[in-house]
Design a protein around this ligand. Structure first.
Ligand code: NAD
Length: 497
């Protein structure tokens, strides 16, 4: 645990190449969700601070500091960030766990993932982009790709460092300049990442970090006419607000939003594998995963065998502080989030679903000061129940049952979301048929959760707009320009006089 003496005075923001305190001198306490003790005090920015950061990013872009720098030099900087981060994986992982609660092994994976993202986009920076066309009228037509400009990036608390890297790396690889805001609860690893950004000599104004609330700083980042694009990851309700605000100046908008993803298990699936991934799908990161398999769709003939086994194993998951090596599931991010999850448990019961396990805050073994909720599973649900339709964002699984393939697909697609989904079956053709019918952007056959930086990440329906990661994520930060070059410099002669 972090000692009080380890708390630095006040953690600062990074604007225009300098560490600064918010103009209004407000601060915010950051707590460890495993015991709700204060682990840091951070400066709390407001609209004016966001405006300063946006202006710095605008100037850095318009004066060409970053977009005109040779792609190779931009790639070098990205690689240097990756190298420095890689040297500090253990330290960053510990801090991520301290701030978010997730088990250390998950945090270690996250930091390594972030390192890989910087490397991946360093590589893409120097790859060719653009085409030429063979057109008539003595013209050589070409298309070039250019950075979109100033980008606001607003991220959530469930994967702070991964979300930051996933947004920063492609944006600066493309030549954009950035203002980024972490979630109010989880700024710590992002502040450390900016120490690295400062060390490697990133030009002032290219990358700016602002802390503060969504309603003030976040809103200004979506509103300011100096911003060309908003890239947001968070809840669907917030996404709607951001899209409306950004619409006033026709900004490009990238939205990575919530989900209520179906995990479909047919009776012919490999039993052990399906149970294992059903647990991993919902209980990894305490269920605070946008792509969590929060609905388990079981073929009816499987119910009698599957449900007792998944309940038995859910009860065995060791819940505890993320820094304790044996912990398999940590606390929820905040007391507020825990209350929200527990309210959904009450809603589920009131709706008539059967609580099969969990559904309570863990109040013993020293966990009573943290936000620990036991792995929770509901059976006997109906499709219209709120626990089936709404994103709970916690360790709560709703089981649905189906008779045949058609019903499985209809249930799977029966929410407003379309982020992720999986199918478990030993019938290869059926797996393909079902997965192709899922209205979702991230899918698996006989697995749940593994995704890679090389492939696009994003949702159908109300789970979002656009894609992150891979070449698709790079494209989102590029404008497209056609250039028509006359091969014979002479008047067109269109008008007679
Ligand atoms: P949230 O929407 O409450 O907040 C996300 C960020 O938006 C925070 O930084 C917050 O300060 C900011 N914000 C809030 N109101 C704002 C406003 N009016 N204008 C601008 N910014 C504003 O989400 P959260 O509770 O931090 O995260 C959980 C949500 O994120 C879940 O719904 C989850 O599904 C989603 N999520 C999606 C993905 C994905 O890739 N699709 C990944 C992770 C999380």
């Amino acid at each position: 645990m972090m000692l009080r003496s380890e708390i630095k005075a006040v953690e600062q923001m990074y604007i225009n190449g300098s560490w600064v305190t918010a103009i209004g001198e407000a601060t915010r306490k950051v707590v460890n969700p495993a015991n709700n003790e204060v682990i840091a005090i951070v400066t709390e920015g407001d609209v004016e601070d966001a405006a300063l950061a946006i202006k710095a990013a605008r100037d850095a872009f318009d004066q060409g500091v970053w977009p005109d720098m040779h792609a190779r030099d931009r790639a070098n900087l990205l690689n240097k960030i990756a190298d420095r981060l890689e040297e500090r994986v253990a330290e960053f992982a510990r801090l991520e766990t301290l701030n978010c609660g997730k088990p250390l092994r998950e945090a270690e994976y996250d930091i390594t993932d972030a390192v890989n993202q910087f490397r991946y986009y360093a590589g893409l920076t120097t790859k060719p982009h653009g085409v030429t066309y063979d057109v008539p009228d003595q013209i050589q037509a070409m298309v070039v790709r250019e950075p979109i400009g100033v980008v606001s990036q607003i991220i959530p608390w469930n994967y702070p460092i991964v979300m930051a890297a996933q947004k920063i790396a492609p944006a600066i690889a493309a030549g954009c300049t950035v203002v980024i805001k972490p979630a109010e609860t989880t700024p710590l690893t992002l502040i450390r990442l900016f120490e690295i950004i400062d060390e490697v000599g990133c030009p002032p104004g290219v990358l700016n970090l602002v802390m503060g609330s969504g309603a003030t700083v976040g809103h200004e980042m979506a509103r300011s006419p100096l911003v060309d694009k908003v890239a947001f990851t968070g809840g669907t309700e917030t996404g709607i607000k951001i899209m409306k605000t950004a619409a006033e100046t026709i900004k490009k908008v990238g939205l990575e939003l919530g989900g209520k993803s179906p995990n479909i298990v047919f009776a012919d699936a490999d039993f052990e594998t399906a149970v294992d991934y059903a647990l991993f799908g919902i209980f990894a990161n305490q269920g605070q995963v946008c792509s969590a398999g929060s609905r388990l769709l079981l073929e009816e003939s499987l119910v009698e065998k599957f449900i007792p086994e998944i309940v038995r194993r859910a009860k065995l998951i060791e819940v505890g502080p993320g820094l304790v090596e044996t912990s398999e599931m940590g606390p929820l991010i905040s007391e507020r989030q825990m209350q929200r999850v527990l309210e959904y448990v009450e809603i589920g019961k009131a709706e008539g679903a059967t609580l099969l396990c969990g559904g309570y805050r863990i109040m013993d073994n020293g966990l009573e000061h943290g936000n620990f909720v036991a792995p929770t599973i509901f059976g006997d649900t109906t499709p219209e129940m709120r626990i089936v339709q709404e994103e709970i964002f916690g360790p709560v699984l709703a089981i649905q049952t189906f008779r045949d393939e058609a019903e499985a697909i209809a249930l799977a697609n029966g929410t407003k979301y379309g982020l992720a989904g999986a199918v478990f079956t030993s019938d290869g053709a059926k797996a393909q048929r079902v997965i192709r019918k899922l209205r979702a952007g991230i899918t698996w056959i006989n697995a749940y959760h593994p995704t890679f930086n090389e492939a696009p990440w994003g949702g159908y329906k109300q789970s979002g707009i656009g894609r992150e990661l891979g070449t698709y994520g790079f494209e989102e930060y590029l404008e497209t320009k056609q250039i028509n070059i006359s091969l014979h410099t002479q008047p067109s002669g269109w008008f007679r006089n």
